[in-house]
Design a protein around this ligand. Structure first.
Ligand SMILES: Cc1cc2nc3c(=O)[nH]c(=O)nc-3n(C[C@H](O)[C@H](O)[C@H](O)COP(=O)(O)OP(=O)(O)OC[C@H]3O[C@@H](n4cnc5c(N)ncnc54)[C@H](O)[C@@H]3O)c2cc1C
Length: 315
């Protein structure tokens, strides 16, 4: 059994906007708080360039910088952030165990905020060419596509954000959309992004198509698209494919200990309480919140979960 090395009032799993906002609240409530983060604090916002819908920040601002400031705030308020991966939760009656590879800690309350990761493109060639032209992060890889032709798959907020970002580097950016142009569901992104993309000289939309195959030997050379009206396959030359086809919750480590829905999202009541007393959830990994997948909503849920945890601890 993994050795238990410490006990905290609150352990928070994940240091994205949800987990770090929760830590601001538990820190200010003077609860000993440990935040466990397997990657870089900031979560998914580290994968984007600018954010312009964070309340109170008047101009588009660097999303990683915003998250770095939130981290500083968390640490100033007394919460500790450690880099480690939570492998499992062992719920108890009064105290729960949080298990990591080399140690475990006890927590009187746990806030689960593990967020989500990009859903993989399952078509032929996509897995083989990931890292060789197929990318899930324009901020990370866009620089390598200077003067190239890229295709973005997916037309939600993050798809259009990535397409606009890629225009800095690429010569042309084509966006594959699964619906016809006149279908109101065609583009799920907000109006302002839609307008910007539609009027950008480097961007064009490939309507009513889905991806049949990613083509290339050592690197991507083209993408084969299926026209959804005729079934016809067409080949579009491309050097890079940026995939934005949704997200999956990072909740495998909770299977068997915390109720999840059929898609793996953490089930809670409206006060963000799981069915296990003292364990709460917030952000993109939680049922309902992932519908919106917005940083400010995740942060608001982090605050709610922390206030609920405080009520629970005070009782
Ligand atoms: C490219 C892109 C652009 C975006 N742009 C915007 C935008 O402009 N505006 C906006 O409002 N939203 C935007 N979003 C969405 C926003 O980033 C998310 O809604 C938000 O980050 C969700 O916060 P979260 O804390 O729930 O989860 P995440 O940000 O996913 O953070 C979860 C954290 O938990 C960690 N973690 C997971 N499992 C474990 C484990 N077992 N052990 C330890 N740590 C773990 C992860 O490493 C991660 O750091 C964007 C997202 C992307 C991908």
């Amino acid at each position: 059994m993994t050795e238990t090395v410490a006990r905290h009032d609150v352990v928070i799993v994940g240091a994205g906007p949800a987990g770090m906002t929760a830590a601001v609240y538990t820190g200010r409530a003077l609860r000993s708080t440990l935040v466990v983060e397997k990657g870089i604090p900031g979560g998914q916002l580290n994968e984007t360039d600018r954010i312009e819908n964070w309340p109170g920040v008047a101009e588009p601002t660097s999303a990683p910088d915003l998250m770095a400031a939130l981290r500083t705030q968390v640490e100033r308020l007394g919460a500790e952030i450690v880099q480690d991966e939570v492998l499992g939760i062992e719920p108890g009656r009064q105290v729960h165990r949080v298990v990591m590879p080399r140690r475990a800690v006890e927590a009187r309350a746990i806030i689960l905020a593990p967020g989500s990761r990009p859903r993989a493109l399952s078509t032929e060639g996509a897995a083989r060419l990931t890292g060789r032209g197929v990318s899930y992060c324009a901020t990370c890889d866009g620089f390598f596509f200077q003067g190239k032709r890229v295709v973005v798959v997916g037309a939600g907020d993050s798809g259009l954000m990535e397409a606009l970002f890629l225009t800095r580097f690429a010569d042309s950016v084509a966006i594959v959309v699964r619906h016809p142009k006149e279908d109101p569901r065609a583009i799920r992104a907000s109006g302002v992004l839609r307008q910007r993309a539609a009027s950008h000289p480097k961007i064009r939309f490939l309507w009513n198509r889905d991806v049949a195959e990613v083509v290339g030997e050592r690197g991507v050379t083209a993408i084969r698209l299926r026209r959804l009206d005729t079934g016809e396959i067409e080949e579009v030359p491309a050097d890079g494919i940026f995939v934005n086809v949704g997200h999956m919750p990072q909740t495998d480590f909770l299977r068997g200990s915390i109720p999840l829905d059929a898609d793996g999202y953490i089930v809670t009541d409206s006060r963000l309480r799981t069915s296990v007393a003292g364990i709460f959830a917030a952000g993109d990994a939680r049922i309902d919140a992932h519908r919106y997948a917005q940083a400010v909503i995740a942060a608001g849920e982090g605050a709610t979960a922390a206030l609920e945890a405080e009520l629970y601890l005070a009782e």
